[in-house]
Design a protein around this ligand. Structure first.
Ligand SMILES: C[S@@+](CC[C@H](N)C(=O)[O-])C[C@H]1O[C@@H](n2cnc3c(N)ncnc32)[C@H](O)[C@@H]1O
Length: 334
């Protein structure tokens, strides 16, 4: 008979303290520790000097970062792990520091999660109520820092040759539209997003020299009339922010706006059908309690259902970033 597994509190303690790890990573990004190490300030005294903290604190932080496997250590010298070197060194082309700090403004609210869960107030727009241009600028510095990579992946995963007009719902920085119109000659795109966001999208669009191909439409995609005659609709990273009925409504509007034969792509964090994970999709759903929205995590089958209920055919689920994001696609018959 195998010994019954002895239970202890190790796992529970690790989860209870996990926010210390988040704090260490965020502090390292804010202090530009990884950038200092990439520039060969790779000992405790050198990091202390480059980041303006004491050697005692540099020792504390670097010891944790090494234990978290974000750094490797050989004697007195530290080096960045491969992903850290690629994405968290400030002058690097793939710098994603703003994305690592993206959720930090919610830190205090997550510390009050039980109170938030007891709060009965809800509103449809959640985090986006009273969103200002400045909020949008900070928010989309973060989404853009990883969005261009996702946008390149999207344009590698789909063939939009011959398509003429893409509607990018909640397009944010415009990353998907900028890259798709650059990849597929003849394709133009419209980024529909909330008014403060389109101000920021216009900045990214012109910075990428895409103003001839990508325009913006300020509005609320649950209410604003969609432009007609589009042959591609994309909605990326909006799923958990909305409840099923609202996603269904937006998908039905997209179906009506598409020409026969047009296609829709919904990209987002989805739960497995038995709702047991993945954890990231579940956490984005929980995050909506912090935002007081009516949103929640959706399963792959639910998302397929939203498309099929609207009339889409050939509805299929594609892993997009495996284990993190799926792309659910449908075609309007015609
Ligand atoms: C997480 S961001 C994703 C941005 C972009 N699709 C990407 O993947 O990089 C979600 C975007 O949806 C927009 N959004 C959310 N609700 C919206 C609504 N009701 N109408 C228009 N845009 C909305 C937000 O302003 C934000 O820009």
């Amino acid at each position: 008979m195998p010994e019954p597994q002895r239970l202890d509190t190790t796992r529970l303690q690790k989860i209870a303290q996990a926010y210390w790890e988040s704090a260490a990573l965020m502090a390292a990004v804010e202090l530009e520790v990884f950038t200092a190490i990439a520039h060969r300030h790779d000992t405790i005294p050198a990091v202390a000097q480059a980041t303006g903290i004491s050697e005692r604190n540099a020792e504390r932080l670097l010891t944790v970062l090494a234990a978290m496997t974000l750094l490797t250590r050989e004697g007195e010298h530290f080096a960045n792990a491969a992903d850290v070197q690629r994405f968290l060194v400030k002058d690097g082309e793939r710098y994603a520091g703003p994305w690592i700090l993206f959720t930090k403004p919610r830190w205090k609210a997550f510390g009050e999660l039980s109170e938030r869960l007891r709060d009965p107030q809800e509103n449809r727009l959640g985090a986006y109520v009273n969103f200002t241009v400045e909020d949008a600028r900070r928010y989309h510095a973060a989404t853009y820092s990883i969005g261009m990579g996702a946008a390149r992946l999207f344009s590698r995963s789909v063939d939009l040759s011959g398509r003429k007009l893409m509607l990018d719902l909640g397009g944010g920085s415009g990353a998907y539209s900028i890259v798709a119109t650059r990849t597929f000659p003849g394709l133009k795109a419209i980024v529909l997003d909330l008014p403060p966001v389109t101000v920021v999208a216009d900045e990214y669009i012109s910075a990428n020299g895409a103003a001839e191909r990508v325009s913006t439409l300020p509005g609320d995609f649950t209410e604003t009339a969609f432009p007609q005659g589009v042959d591609v609709v994309v909605m990326a990273s909006n799923l958990p922010q909305y409840e099923p009925a609202l996603i269904g409504l937006v998908v039905a509007k997209a179906f009506a706006a598409l020409v026969p034969g047009g296609e829709m792509h919904l990209i987002g964090e989805t739960l497995h059908d038995d709702r047991t994970g993945p954890l990231s999709a579940a956490l984005w759903g929980l995050n909506e309690a912090i935002q007081n929205s009516t949103g929640r995590a959706h399963t792959e089958s639910e998302v397929k259902g939203y498309l099929e209920d609207a009339g889409f055919v050939d509805v299929t689920v594609h892993p997009f970033v495996p284990g993190v994001l799926s792309r659910i696609t449908g075609r309007k018959p015609g």
